[in-house]
Design a protein around this ligand. Structure first.
Ligand code: ACO
Length: 179
């Protein structure tokens, strides 16, 4: 992946996963002044992104090279991966992260469905509406990208949180794991 694949760069000069102009303007106005919203950047391994993800689920640390390779693989599928982060303005530390994946369909007149995954707020920042601002903003982004709906799976203990974000329970999650 050449560095020319993305024209969008962060303040530190790192490539961004998508055009920051796509970040709904409604998000920034709702965040406290010490937190900024932006697309994931290629150097976010250094901003404790994996450390934050490890508070959600199994997320062993990656080498910076492996992190960048995964970032590049996402970047190579434009209009598909939208990982949004809230970062501390001064330290750069990522305080919240969530992913929107846009799936192309044949049905619904060649429609699109958004999938929200890997939603996590720094344990020290929970209860400050960051999760709600993130989900509502990412859902808005999904609609802006042409999705006719945005869906997600979650534990029953988090259903109330997503209801506060405007979601409703429409089914049952099924899964099969590699043995
Ligand atoms: N159950 C019911 N209501 C909740 C819950 C919950 N588990 N968590 C928060 N709320 C309510 C809050 O009280 C608040 O209500 P209000 O608007 O009336 O004041 C509202 O939901 C918004 O809460 P936030 O402060 O925005 O929530 P927070 O920033 O703490 O983020 C989150 C919530 C993302 C679940 C956070 O606790 C977290 O990171 N948990 C660990 C990781 C996790 O479980 N992530 C979800 C995985 S599912 C997925 O990725 C699709």
């Amino acid at each position: 992946m050449s560095s020319s694949s993305s024209p969008h760069v962060s303040a530190s000069g790192a490539r961004l996963l998508f055009d920051p102009a796509l970040v709904p303007s409604s998000i920034g106005g709702r965040l406290p002044s010490h937190i900024v919203v932006r697309p994931l950047a290629r150097d976010d391994h250094a901003n404790a992104h994996i450390q934050l993800l490890s508070t959600l689920t199994v997320a062993p640390d990656l080498s910076p090279e492996t992190y960048e390779a995964r970032f590049d693989a996402m970047l190579a599928s434009p209009e598909t991966y939208f990982v949004l982060v809230f970062a501390h303005k001064e330290t750069g530390k990522i305080l919240a992260s969530a992913s929107l994946m846009v799936e192309l369909k044949f049905l619904r007149d060649a429609g699109k469905v958004g999938h929200i995954e890997d939603v996590v707020v720094d344990p020290e920042c929970k209860g400050q509406s960051l999760g709600k601002i993130m989900i509502q903003g990412l859902s808005e982004l999904g609609m802006q990208r042409g999705c006719y709906k945005v869906i997600l799976d979650c534990d029953a203990k988090n259903a109330g949180f997503y209801e506060k974000c405007g979601y409703r329970n429409v089914g049952v999650e099924m899964a099969i794991y590699k043995q």
